[in-house]
Design a protein around this ligand. Structure first.
Ligand code: GDD
Ligand code: MN
Length: 367
Protein backbone atom coordinates (compact mmCIF):
# COMPACT_ATOMS: atom_id res chain seq x y z
CA UNK A 1 0.00 0.00 0.00
CA UNK A 2 1.27 3.41 -0.89
CA UNK A 3 0.97 6.21 1.54
CA UNK A 4 -1.43 9.03 0.78
CA UNK A 5 1.27 11.47 -0.10
CA UNK A 6 2.28 9.54 -3.21
CA UNK A 7 -1.15 9.19 -4.75
CA UNK A 8 -1.50 10.80 -8.16
CA UNK A 9 -3.96 13.68 -7.96
CA UNK A 10 -4.02 15.56 -11.23
CA UNK A 11 -3.22 14.87 -14.86
CA UNK A 12 -2.49 17.85 -17.06
CA UNK A 13 -3.30 17.15 -20.68
CA UNK A 14 -1.41 19.30 -23.17
CA UNK A 15 -2.19 18.86 -26.86
CA UNK A 16 0.79 19.89 -28.95
CA UNK A 17 1.45 20.62 -32.57
CA UNK A 18 4.87 22.12 -33.24
CA UNK A 19 5.50 23.52 -29.77
CA UNK A 20 9.06 22.30 -29.20
CA UNK A 21 10.53 25.57 -28.01
CA UNK A 22 7.69 26.19 -25.58
CA UNK A 23 8.08 22.94 -23.66
CA UNK A 24 11.05 23.27 -21.32
CA UNK A 25 9.99 26.65 -19.94
CA UNK A 26 6.40 25.41 -19.68
CA UNK A 27 7.37 22.41 -17.58
CA UNK A 28 9.21 24.75 -15.24
CA UNK A 29 6.13 26.92 -14.85
CA UNK A 30 3.89 23.91 -14.23
CA UNK A 31 6.28 22.51 -11.68
CA UNK A 32 6.33 25.79 -9.81
CA UNK A 33 2.57 26.30 -9.98
CA UNK A 34 1.70 22.79 -8.81
CA UNK A 35 4.07 22.55 -5.86
CA UNK A 36 2.49 20.28 -3.25
CA UNK A 37 0.22 18.54 -5.76
CA UNK A 38 0.95 15.07 -7.18
CA UNK A 39 0.65 15.61 -10.90
CA UNK A 40 1.61 14.18 -14.23
CA UNK A 41 1.63 15.93 -17.59
CA UNK A 42 0.49 14.08 -20.68
CA UNK A 43 1.50 15.69 -23.94
CA UNK A 44 -0.58 14.50 -26.84
CA UNK A 45 1.40 15.28 -29.94
CA UNK A 46 0.24 14.80 -33.51
CA UNK A 47 3.65 13.80 -34.78
CA UNK A 48 4.87 17.40 -35.02
CA UNK A 49 7.50 18.01 -37.67
CA UNK A 50 9.59 20.17 -35.33
CA UNK A 51 10.48 17.29 -33.00
CA UNK A 52 8.08 18.19 -30.19
CA UNK A 53 7.66 14.55 -29.15
CA UNK A 54 11.43 13.98 -29.00
CA UNK A 55 11.81 17.08 -26.88
CA UNK A 56 9.21 15.77 -24.42
CA UNK A 57 10.98 12.41 -24.27
CA UNK A 58 14.24 14.22 -23.60
CA UNK A 59 12.66 16.15 -20.72
CA UNK A 60 10.87 13.04 -19.45
CA UNK A 61 14.14 11.16 -18.97
CA UNK A 62 14.90 13.57 -16.17
CA UNK A 63 11.31 13.94 -14.97
CA UNK A 64 9.09 10.84 -15.14
CA UNK A 65 5.98 12.91 -14.42
CA UNK A 66 6.10 13.86 -18.09
CA UNK A 67 4.59 11.53 -20.66
CA UNK A 68 3.99 11.72 -24.36
CA UNK A 69 1.39 10.17 -26.60
CA UNK A 70 2.67 10.48 -30.13
CA UNK A 71 -0.16 10.06 -32.58
CA UNK A 72 0.63 9.09 -36.14
CA UNK A 73 -1.65 10.05 -38.99
CA UNK A 74 -4.09 11.87 -36.72
CA UNK A 75 -4.93 15.55 -36.35
CA UNK A 76 -7.06 17.58 -34.04
CA UNK A 77 -6.95 19.44 -30.78
CA UNK A 78 -10.27 18.09 -29.46
CA UNK A 79 -9.50 14.45 -30.15
CA UNK A 80 -6.00 14.87 -28.69
CA UNK A 81 -7.48 16.32 -25.50
CA UNK A 82 -10.00 13.50 -25.17
CA UNK A 83 -7.36 10.84 -25.73
CA UNK A 84 -5.07 12.41 -23.18
CA UNK A 85 -7.82 12.67 -20.57
CA UNK A 86 -8.60 8.97 -20.99
CA UNK A 87 -4.94 8.00 -20.61
CA UNK A 88 -4.44 8.66 -16.93
CA UNK A 89 -5.09 7.03 -13.57
CA UNK A 90 -5.39 10.42 -11.88
CA UNK A 91 -8.85 11.26 -10.52
CA UNK A 92 -8.77 14.79 -11.92
CA UNK A 93 -7.77 16.02 -15.35
CA UNK A 94 -7.06 19.46 -16.74
CA UNK A 95 -6.62 20.47 -20.35
CA UNK A 96 -4.34 23.37 -21.13
CA UNK A 97 -2.61 24.85 -24.17
CA UNK A 98 1.12 24.28 -24.40
CA UNK A 99 2.00 27.68 -25.88
CA UNK A 100 2.04 29.65 -22.58
CA UNK A 101 -1.24 31.44 -23.30
CA UNK A 102 -2.77 29.68 -20.27
CA UNK A 103 -1.37 30.35 -16.83
CA UNK A 104 -0.83 27.13 -14.82
CA UNK A 105 -1.01 29.21 -11.63
CA UNK A 106 -4.81 28.96 -11.87
CA UNK A 107 -4.71 25.18 -11.51
CA UNK A 108 -4.56 24.72 -7.71
CA UNK A 109 -7.70 26.82 -7.16
CA UNK A 110 -9.47 25.03 -10.02
CA UNK A 111 -8.56 21.66 -8.53
CA UNK A 112 -9.79 22.65 -5.10
CA UNK A 113 -13.11 23.89 -6.48
CA UNK A 114 -13.81 20.59 -8.25
CA UNK A 115 -12.39 18.36 -5.55
CA UNK A 116 -14.29 20.20 -2.82
CA UNK A 117 -17.56 19.82 -4.75
CA UNK A 118 -18.08 23.53 -5.36
CA UNK A 119 -18.53 22.71 -9.05
CA UNK A 120 -18.32 19.80 -11.52
CA UNK A 121 -16.01 21.58 -13.91
CA UNK A 122 -13.69 24.53 -13.49
CA UNK A 123 -13.24 26.71 -16.54
CA UNK A 124 -10.62 29.41 -17.03
CA UNK A 125 -12.49 32.25 -18.68
CA UNK A 126 -11.20 35.23 -20.57
CA UNK A 127 -14.48 37.04 -20.28
CA UNK A 128 -15.32 37.32 -16.60
CA UNK A 129 -14.25 40.07 -14.26
CA UNK A 130 -10.49 39.93 -13.88
CA UNK A 131 -9.87 37.99 -17.08
CA UNK A 132 -9.01 39.30 -20.51
CA UNK A 133 -8.46 38.20 -24.05
CA UNK A 134 -5.65 40.57 -24.94
CA UNK A 135 -3.56 37.65 -26.15
CA UNK A 136 -5.95 37.15 -29.07
CA UNK A 137 -3.89 38.25 -31.98
CA UNK A 138 -6.37 40.29 -34.00
CA UNK A 139 -9.64 42.19 -33.83
CA UNK A 140 -11.16 39.93 -36.42
CA UNK A 141 -10.26 36.94 -34.31
CA UNK A 142 -11.87 38.61 -31.31
CA UNK A 143 -15.10 39.29 -33.20
CA UNK A 144 -15.15 35.69 -34.42
CA UNK A 145 -14.62 34.48 -30.90
CA UNK A 146 -17.55 36.59 -29.64
CA UNK A 147 -19.86 35.20 -32.27
CA UNK A 148 -18.75 31.62 -31.60
CA UNK A 149 -19.41 32.13 -27.91
CA UNK A 150 -22.91 33.47 -28.41
CA UNK A 151 -23.87 30.64 -30.75
CA UNK A 152 -22.34 28.08 -28.43
CA UNK A 153 -24.18 29.38 -25.38
CA UNK A 154 -27.48 29.30 -27.17
CA UNK A 155 -27.01 25.77 -28.42
CA UNK A 156 -25.70 24.13 -25.27
CA UNK A 157 -27.98 25.95 -22.88
CA UNK A 158 -25.11 26.22 -20.43
CA UNK A 159 -24.58 29.67 -19.09
CA UNK A 160 -20.92 30.49 -18.99
CA UNK A 161 -18.93 33.32 -20.45
CA UNK A 162 -16.27 31.32 -22.28
CA UNK A 163 -17.54 27.97 -23.63
CA UNK A 164 -14.69 27.97 -26.16
CA UNK A 165 -12.02 28.08 -23.49
CA UNK A 166 -9.24 25.56 -24.00
CA UNK A 167 -8.38 25.54 -20.28
CA UNK A 168 -10.54 23.59 -17.84
CA UNK A 169 -10.41 20.97 -15.10
CA UNK A 170 -12.84 18.22 -14.17
CA UNK A 171 -13.17 14.64 -12.91
CA UNK A 172 -11.41 12.03 -15.03
CA UNK A 173 -14.17 9.43 -14.62
CA UNK A 174 -16.70 11.95 -15.87
CA UNK A 175 -14.74 12.50 -19.05
CA UNK A 176 -14.26 8.77 -19.59
CA UNK A 177 -17.98 8.14 -19.33
CA UNK A 178 -18.74 11.02 -21.71
CA UNK A 179 -15.99 10.22 -24.18
CA UNK A 180 -18.07 8.04 -26.53
CA UNK A 181 -20.51 10.94 -26.97
CA UNK A 182 -17.85 13.54 -27.79
CA UNK A 183 -17.28 14.42 -31.42
CA UNK A 184 -13.54 15.00 -31.22
CA UNK A 185 -13.74 17.41 -34.13
CA UNK A 186 -12.09 20.82 -34.24
CA UNK A 187 -11.18 22.92 -31.21
CA UNK A 188 -14.39 22.82 -29.18
CA UNK A 189 -13.78 20.05 -26.66
CA UNK A 190 -15.15 21.91 -23.63
CA UNK A 191 -18.29 22.81 -25.53
CA UNK A 192 -18.81 19.15 -26.44
CA UNK A 193 -18.37 18.07 -22.84
CA UNK A 194 -20.89 20.64 -21.66
CA UNK A 195 -23.38 19.81 -24.38
CA UNK A 196 -23.12 16.05 -23.76
CA UNK A 197 -23.66 16.27 -19.99
CA UNK A 198 -27.12 15.59 -18.59
CA UNK A 199 -27.97 17.05 -16.13
CA UNK A 200 -25.95 20.14 -17.06
CA UNK A 201 -22.62 20.47 -15.29
CA UNK A 202 -22.22 22.94 -12.50
CA UNK A 203 -19.57 25.30 -13.80
CA UNK A 204 -17.31 27.67 -11.96
CA UNK A 205 -15.25 30.13 -13.92
CA UNK A 206 -11.83 31.45 -13.04
CA UNK A 207 -10.49 34.67 -14.52
CA UNK A 208 -7.85 33.98 -17.13
CA UNK A 209 -5.58 36.65 -18.46
CA UNK A 210 -4.83 35.18 -21.83
CA UNK A 211 -1.16 35.73 -22.53
CA UNK A 212 0.59 36.01 -25.86
CA UNK A 213 1.76 32.76 -27.39
CA UNK A 214 5.44 32.37 -26.49
CA UNK A 215 6.90 30.81 -29.64
CA UNK A 216 5.47 29.46 -32.90
CA UNK A 217 2.07 30.22 -34.43
CA UNK A 218 -1.61 29.45 -33.78
CA UNK A 219 -3.13 26.41 -35.46
CA UNK A 220 -6.69 27.68 -35.40
CA UNK A 221 -7.32 28.31 -39.05
CA UNK A 222 -10.27 28.84 -41.32
CA UNK A 223 -10.84 25.12 -41.73
CA UNK A 224 -11.27 24.74 -37.99
CA UNK A 225 -13.63 27.70 -37.76
CA UNK A 226 -15.63 26.04 -40.53
CA UNK A 227 -15.70 22.70 -38.70
CA UNK A 228 -16.99 24.57 -35.69
CA UNK A 229 -19.95 25.96 -37.62
CA UNK A 230 -20.62 22.50 -39.05
CA UNK A 231 -20.68 21.11 -35.52
CA UNK A 232 -23.21 23.70 -34.41
CA UNK A 233 -25.32 22.96 -37.45
CA UNK A 234 -25.28 19.25 -36.70
CA UNK A 235 -26.49 19.92 -33.20
CA UNK A 236 -29.46 21.94 -34.43
CA UNK A 237 -30.87 21.48 -37.93
CA UNK A 238 -28.62 18.50 -38.67
CA UNK A 239 -31.19 16.05 -37.35
CA UNK A 240 -33.56 17.00 -40.17
CA UNK A 241 -31.27 17.85 -43.06
CA UNK A 242 -27.86 16.13 -43.14
CA UNK A 243 -25.05 18.64 -43.25
CA UNK A 244 -23.57 17.28 -46.46
CA UNK A 245 -26.84 17.61 -48.29
CA UNK A 246 -27.29 21.15 -46.96
CA UNK A 247 -23.82 22.06 -48.22
CA UNK A 248 -24.46 20.38 -51.54
CA UNK A 249 -27.70 22.33 -51.90
CA UNK A 250 -26.03 25.59 -50.95
CA UNK A 251 -23.29 25.00 -53.49
CA UNK A 252 -25.99 24.25 -56.06
CA UNK A 253 -27.70 27.54 -55.26
CA UNK A 254 -24.44 29.42 -55.70
CA UNK A 255 -24.05 27.57 -58.99
CA UNK A 256 -27.38 28.97 -60.14
CA UNK A 257 -26.12 32.47 -59.46
CA UNK A 258 -22.94 31.72 -61.41
CA UNK A 259 -25.04 30.37 -64.26
CA UNK A 260 -27.14 33.54 -64.42
CA UNK A 261 -24.05 35.71 -64.27
CA UNK A 262 -22.40 33.95 -67.19
CA UNK A 263 -25.54 34.17 -69.35
CA UNK A 264 -25.94 37.84 -68.48
CA UNK A 265 -22.32 38.51 -69.35
CA UNK A 266 -22.20 36.64 -72.66
CA UNK A 267 -25.72 37.13 -73.95
CA UNK A 268 -26.64 40.54 -72.57
CA UNK A 269 -23.34 42.35 -72.48
CA UNK A 270 -21.23 40.71 -75.18
CA UNK A 271 -24.09 39.86 -77.53
CA UNK A 272 -23.32 36.18 -78.08
CA UNK A 273 -26.05 33.75 -79.21
CA UNK A 274 -28.31 32.50 -76.43
CA UNK A 275 -27.47 28.83 -76.96
CA UNK A 276 -23.75 29.60 -76.76
CA UNK A 277 -24.24 31.60 -73.58
CA UNK A 278 -26.42 28.90 -72.06
CA UNK A 279 -23.89 26.17 -72.89
CA UNK A 280 -20.98 28.15 -71.53
CA UNK A 281 -22.97 28.97 -68.39
CA UNK A 282 -23.90 25.33 -67.82
CA UNK A 283 -20.28 24.23 -68.16
CA UNK A 284 -18.98 27.03 -65.96
CA UNK A 285 -21.57 26.41 -63.26
CA UNK A 286 -20.94 22.66 -63.26
CA UNK A 287 -17.20 23.11 -63.08
CA UNK A 288 -17.58 25.67 -60.33
CA UNK A 289 -19.94 23.39 -58.40
CA UNK A 290 -17.58 20.49 -58.76
CA UNK A 291 -14.70 22.54 -57.43
CA UNK A 292 -16.69 23.97 -54.51
CA UNK A 293 -18.17 20.61 -53.54
CA UNK A 294 -14.72 19.09 -53.66
CA UNK A 295 -13.43 21.90 -51.47
CA UNK A 296 -16.31 22.14 -48.96
CA UNK A 297 -18.92 19.41 -49.07
CA UNK A 298 -16.41 16.61 -49.50
CA UNK A 299 -13.41 18.31 -47.91
CA UNK A 300 -12.77 15.09 -45.97
CA UNK A 301 -12.63 13.01 -49.16
CA UNK A 302 -11.13 15.68 -51.38
CA UNK A 303 -9.98 14.55 -54.82
CA UNK A 304 -6.44 15.71 -55.54
CA UNK A 305 -4.03 15.50 -58.45
CA UNK A 306 -4.86 16.32 -62.09
CA UNK A 307 -5.99 12.82 -63.06
CA UNK A 308 -8.34 12.32 -60.11
CA UNK A 309 -9.72 15.81 -60.55
CA UNK A 310 -10.36 15.28 -64.25
CA UNK A 311 -12.05 11.96 -63.63
CA UNK A 312 -14.10 13.46 -60.79
CA UNK A 313 -15.11 16.43 -62.90
CA UNK A 314 -16.24 14.21 -65.79
CA UNK A 315 -18.20 12.00 -63.39
CA UNK A 316 -19.78 15.04 -61.81
CA UNK A 317 -20.85 16.43 -65.19
CA UNK A 318 -22.35 13.04 -66.14
CA UNK A 319 -24.21 12.91 -62.82
CA UNK A 320 -25.52 16.43 -63.38
CA UNK A 321 -26.71 15.53 -66.87
CA UNK A 322 -28.75 12.64 -65.51
CA UNK A 323 -30.01 14.86 -62.68
CA UNK A 324 -31.03 17.54 -65.17
CA UNK A 325 -32.91 14.95 -67.17
CA UNK A 326 -34.76 13.71 -64.06
CA UNK A 327 -35.49 17.32 -63.16
CA UNK A 328 -36.98 18.17 -66.55
CA UNK A 329 -38.95 14.93 -66.81
CA UNK A 330 -40.49 15.23 -63.35
CA UNK A 331 -41.33 18.92 -63.66
CA UNK A 332 -42.89 18.43 -67.10
CA UNK A 333 -44.94 15.49 -65.89
CA UNK A 334 -46.20 17.35 -62.81
CA UNK A 335 -47.06 20.49 -64.73
CA UNK A 336 -48.94 18.46 -67.35
CA UNK A 337 -50.86 16.71 -64.57
CA UNK A 338 -52.25 20.04 -63.46
CA UNK A 339 -49.81 21.18 -60.73
CA UNK A 340 -48.94 24.85 -60.51
CA UNK A 341 -45.90 25.55 -62.70
CA UNK A 342 -43.79 26.96 -59.85
CA UNK A 343 -44.51 23.94 -57.69
CA UNK A 344 -43.55 21.68 -60.57
CA UNK A 345 -40.28 23.55 -61.07
CA UNK A 346 -39.49 23.33 -57.33
CA UNK A 347 -40.23 19.60 -57.27
CA UNK A 348 -38.01 19.11 -60.32
CA UNK A 349 -35.16 21.00 -58.68
CA UNK A 350 -35.52 19.03 -55.45
CA UNK A 351 -35.59 15.72 -57.29
CA UNK A 352 -32.61 16.68 -59.45
CA UNK A 353 -30.60 17.77 -56.40
CA UNK A 354 -31.33 14.65 -54.40
CA UNK A 355 -30.41 12.60 -57.43
CA UNK A 356 -27.17 14.52 -58.04
CA UNK A 357 -26.32 14.29 -54.39
CA UNK A 358 -26.93 10.56 -54.11
CA UNK A 359 -25.07 9.77 -57.30
CA UNK A 360 -22.09 12.03 -56.81
CA UNK A 361 -21.56 11.05 -53.20
CA UNK A 362 -21.39 7.46 -54.37
CA UNK A 363 -19.61 7.67 -57.70
CA UNK A 364 -17.59 10.90 -57.61
CA UNK A 365 -16.54 11.15 -53.97
CA UNK A 366 -17.38 7.58 -52.97
CA UNK A 367 -14.82 5.33 -51.35
N1 GDD B 1 -2.27 17.35 -30.79
C1 GDD B 1 -2.70 18.47 -31.38
N2 GDD B 1 -3.31 18.39 -32.61
N3 GDD B 1 -2.54 19.66 -30.77
C2 GDD B 1 -2.98 20.77 -31.39
C3 GDD B 1 -3.59 20.75 -32.65
C4 GDD B 1 -3.76 19.48 -33.28
O1 GDD B 1 -4.30 19.36 -34.38
N4 GDD B 1 -3.92 22.02 -32.99
C5 GDD B 1 -3.50 22.79 -31.97
N5 GDD B 1 -2.92 22.06 -31.01
C6 GDD B 1 -2.33 22.50 -29.73
C7 GDD B 1 -1.32 23.60 -29.87
O2 GDD B 1 -0.02 23.09 -30.03
C8 GDD B 1 -1.47 24.34 -28.55
O3 GDD B 1 -0.77 23.71 -27.51
C9 GDD B 1 -2.96 24.20 -28.26
O4 GDD B 1 -3.40 23.04 -28.97
C10 GDD B 1 -3.74 25.43 -28.70
O5 GDD B 1 -3.51 25.63 -30.07
P1 GDD B 1 -3.29 27.10 -30.67
O6 GDD B 1 -2.97 26.91 -32.10
O7 GDD B 1 -2.35 27.89 -29.84
O8 GDD B 1 -4.76 27.64 -30.53
P2 GDD B 1 -5.24 29.12 -30.27
O9 GDD B 1 -4.39 29.82 -29.27
O10 GDD B 1 -5.45 29.76 -31.57
O11 GDD B 1 -6.68 28.77 -29.63
C11 GDD B 1 -6.89 28.78 -28.24
O12 GDD B 1 -7.95 29.62 -27.97
C12 GDD B 1 -9.22 29.17 -28.47
C13 GDD B 1 -10.28 30.17 -28.16
O13 GDD B 1 -9.99 31.39 -28.74
C14 GDD B 1 -7.19 27.38 -27.70
O14 GDD B 1 -7.17 27.44 -26.28
C15 GDD B 1 -8.53 26.85 -28.11
O15 GDD B 1 -8.81 25.66 -27.37
C16 GDD B 1 -9.58 27.88 -27.83
O16 GDD B 1 -10.84 27.42 -28.34
MN1 MN C 1 -2.53 29.49 -28.62
Amino acid sequence: MKSEGTTLELALVLPTLNERDNLAPLVERIDAALAGIRWEAIFVDDNSADGTADEIRRLALADPRLRVIQRIGRRGLASAAIEGMCATAAPYVAVMDADHQHDPALLPAMLEAVRGGACDIAVASRFIEGGNAQGLSSERREAGSNLANRLARRLTGVDLTDPMSGFFLTGAARVRSLAPALSGIGFKVLLDILAASRPPLRVREFPLQLAERRAGTSKLDRAIAFEFLIGLYERSVGRFIPVRFALFGTVGAVGVVVHFAVVALLFQLLGSGFAVAQTAATLTAMTFNFWLNNFLTYRDRQLRGPLNLLRGWAGFCATCAVGAFANIAAATYLQASGFHWALSVAAGILLGSVWNYALSSKFVWGR
